[in-house]
Ligand binder design. Structure first.
Ligand code: KG4
Ligand code: ZN
Length: 336
């Protein structure tokens, strides 16, 4: 046996994710995406998300256990995202996990969603070990984290306004590219010239912090002016230029942190790390500087149940106590 058998449940936003881990080995990982439902509204509608989690969670837990060939009695623990996230969405997963743990007489671990993203590369790479600099970029967060040891985090910087994923989503909506915006801009920029339009790179003077609201204003102003003058470049060029502006600052801040901390391990997590140009640029920079880069496959970068269970496995390995069944969700939870 490789370690404890743990069920992981993730419902913080618009994906219901359930997985079964045996140690750090993923026995099953299933997902019910709500992307099509929210696409109609151009963004995540919290009440609609909670409802969709209610419908998906029971069949998905059943599917994850069946695929893993694990009977509920064989589980060593149940883990679930406790925060941060949308309160109604979190409550669906957390209430289900509490009842499931209670009914089975198993320990419950409430997990920080962002710690899940920090851990995700462990499921793909055995050599991913702290000390490390990890860049977390999703729809709700953009952070540069110095992972000193598992469970010991120094958040070096974050966004002072929009998260990177939020910037992609808002700009894609403005350009009529649909939701979610990150994947839309990623594929729209294929073949585009990333140097076509020079959009601003903000907060050059703050080595680990992000700001994306100026970029948004600049893109909107540029498109309105160029449109009125009849000088709009091909849309792929605009998408590639927007993407390059966001990618540039993420790469910059990440390697500022590498320089400042002296670590030689870089990890990444969160939906934005699925971006092809970002992955390519991080890989180039890591190779050039001779540091190890640990960015898992896109499905492990976006929200999933396996990353949640992996944090619980680590807590169990470290002998940390489980949570009381009287706990509640923590929508405002933050790392460190
Ligand atoms: O981590 P995640 O799945 O959910 C949150 O915790 O927010 O991240 C979702 C975010 C969305 O803003 C989405 O547009 C962005 O990640 N995203 C991407 C890509 N795939 C997802 N951004 C850029 N390029 C992508 N390929
Ligand atoms: Zn996430």
């Amino acid at each position: 046996m490789n370690g404890p058998i743990v069920l992981g449940i993730e419902t913080s936003c618009d994906e219901t994710g359930v997985a079964v881990l045996e140690g750090m080995e993923v026995r099953s990982s299933v997902l019910a995406s709500q992307v099509d439902i929210h696409a109609r509204y151009g963004g995540v509608v919290p009440e609609v998300a909670a409802r969709a989690h209610v419908e998906a969670i029971r069949p998905l837990v059943h599917q994850a256990l069946t695929q893993a060939g694990v009977h509920p009695d064989e589980l060593d623990a149940v883990s679930v995202t406790q925060g941060p996230g949308l309160v109604g969405a979190l409550m669906v997963g957390y209430s289900f996990a509490k009842s499931f743990a209670y009914a089975l007489g198993k320990p419950l671990y409430g997990i920080d969603h962002m710690e899940g993203h920090l851990f995700a590369p462990r499921l793909a790479f055995s050599g991913y070990e702290p000390p490390a600099v990890v860049v977390l970029a999703s729809g709700g967060h953009s952070q540069i984290v110095h992972v000193k040891a598992w469970g010991e985090y120094d958040v070096l910087g974050g966004t002072i306004d929009d998260a990177a994923g939020e910037a992609f989503d808002k700009l894609a909506r403005f350009m009529g590219l649909g939701y979610p915006g990150g994947p839309a801009i990623d594929s729209d920029s294929e073949g585009g010239d990333p140097t076509a339009v020079q959009f601003p790179r903000a907060l050059r003077d703050r080595p680990f912090d992000f700001s994306f609201s100026g970029l948004k204003t600049s893109v909107v102003t540029y498109l309105e002016k160029a449109g009125a003058a009849g000088e709009l470049p091909p849309r792929a060029d605009v998408s590639a230029s927007i993407q390059e502006a966001i990618v540039d600052v993420i790469v910059d801040k990440t390697f500022n942190a590498v320089k400042a901390t002296g670590v030689d391990v870089v990890g990444g997590g969160g939906g934005v790390l699925a971006n092809r140009r970002l992955r390519e640029r991080l890989a180039q920079e890591a190779e050039w500087r001779g540091v190890g880069l640990f960015i898992p496959e896109p499905a492990l970068c976006t929200d999933n149940g396996a990353m949640i269970a992996s944090v619980a496995v680590d807590k169990m390995d470290q002998g940390m106590p489980s949570d009381p069944l009287t706990g509640d969700v923590m929508p405002g939870l933050s790392l460190g």
